[in-house]
Write a protein that binds this ligand. Structure first.
Ligand code: IPM
Ligand code: MN
Length: 365
């Protein structure tokens, strides 16, 4: 079976971490009858330098024509520190999300028992954490009406949501809750925002179709506190674009490092897989970036393509790397493993634990 994978390395540590994820995918394809046709696409700083645009129409077309997109990271301080810049790397990612209709960003977060001591939070608080955040990704304040007036004395960003946009993300979140611990928490600011009140109303209405799911509501300020005080209360979280962006970075502290966390951005026709961390420009080229978030994103991609068994093998490899102390500089101060060493460890495990009979046994999915 052959899959077309659009690969976007992106900025900062993007190229290094993507290289390790490809190493793992190559280990999969060397041991199975899967082949990946990688189609490298520029986005972010690289694209701006080449052609003045954060992503070109041609690059978007290649992504649309692929079975999945694998993406590293985006962002460059060169642009962050200059508010007058008109074209920014992040615009490429936002445009791609919109053009591919990637409305649901799925961010699983759990505490790994081997790394529990690495989190700044107390072990007793985080040991049972296993949650998934469903962040709306193509609407809200990110994409609402925005602008700056002529003399730059006034600027605005508007949070806007249509019923259809809320419905489709809530539906995915309810279904996810049904397949997990049957608890859904909607995080919003319904005491202040109209859009939040619409989200709440719809969640209440929809909950009659998911009677086995316990639906809770939390204001985002309280949720930010609960995420630190008692994060194991969460199972599935549904939230808007901006709240999901913030809450998921906060939740990453539970896993011990932002560098470990993967995500899937799901649309109707397309899907994109990326770690939740940023481009970490200070670490670029130093071999200290943690590739695990990207490797686990590639694993989520394999599940999406119909191979959950392959995702499991990669997750086992990651877990074993923690057992063996093969962890990055973000988790240990001395004797840390480099980006490449972590990628080698995981891909070697995968190469020796995946084989054609396993795929055949898995059937025709
Ligand atoms: C993320 C990132 C992006 C976002 C940035 C790079 C535009 O922080 O994927 O969480 O805000 O969505
Ligand atoms: Mn973010």
């Amino acid at each position: 079976m052959k899959y077309k994978i659009a690969v976007i390395k992106g900025d900062g540590i993007g190229p290094e971490i993507i290289k390790e994820a490809i190493k793992v995918l190559d280990a999969v394809s060397n041991s199975t009858d899967l082949t990946f046709d990688y189609r490298y696409v520029a986005m972010g700083g690289e694209s701006i330098e080449k052609c003045g645009e954060a992503i070109t129409d041609e690059a978007i077309a290649t992504c649309k024509d692929s079975d999945a997109v694998l993406f590293g990271a985006i962002g460059d301080p060169k642009y962050d520190n200059d508010p007058s810049v008109k074209v920014r790397p992040e615009q490429g990612l936002l445009k791609l999300r919109k053009e591919l209709g990637l409305y649901a960003n799925v961010r699983p977060i759990k505490a790994y028992k081997q790394l529990i001591e690495k989190s700044p939070l107390k072990s007793a608080i985080i040991e049972k954490v296993d949650m998934v955040i469903y962040r709306e990704l193509t609407g809200g304040i990110y994409f609402g009406n925005k602008g700056t007036n002529e003399d730059e004395s006034f600027a605005w960003d508007t949070c806007e949501y249509e019923v259809t946009e809320i419905y489709r993300i809530l539906k995915l979140a309810f279904k996810a809750a049904q397949s997990r611990s049957k608890k859904l928490t909607l995080i919003d600011k319904a005491n202040v925002m109209e859009t939040s009140r619409l989200w709440r109303k719809m969640a209440q209405e929809m909950s009659t179709d998911y009677e086995d799911v316990e639906l809770n509501f939390l204001f985002v300020d309280n949720a930010a506190m609960q995420m630190i005080l008692n994060p194991s209360q969460f199972d599935v979280i549904a939230t808007s674009n901006m709240f999901g962006d913030i809450i998921s970075d906060e939740a990453s502290v539970i896993a011990g490092s932002l560098g470990l966390l993967p995500s899937a951005s799901i649309g109707v026709q397309s899907a994109l897989f990326e770690p939740i961390h940023g481009s970490y420009p200070q670490a670029k080229g130093l071999g200290v970036a943690n590739p695990v978030g990207t490797i686990l994103s590639a694993a989520m991609m394999l599940r999406h393509l119909g191979y959950p068994e392959l995702e499991k093998v990669i997750q086992q490899a990651v877990s074993l790397s923690f057992d063996k102390g093969v962890v990055g500089k973000d988790l240990v101060e001395s004797n840390y493993s480099s980006t490449q060493q972590i990628g080698n460890f995981i891909s070697e495990y995968v190469a020796s634990h995946v084989n054609i009979p396993m795929i055949s046994a898995y059937g025709e999915i």
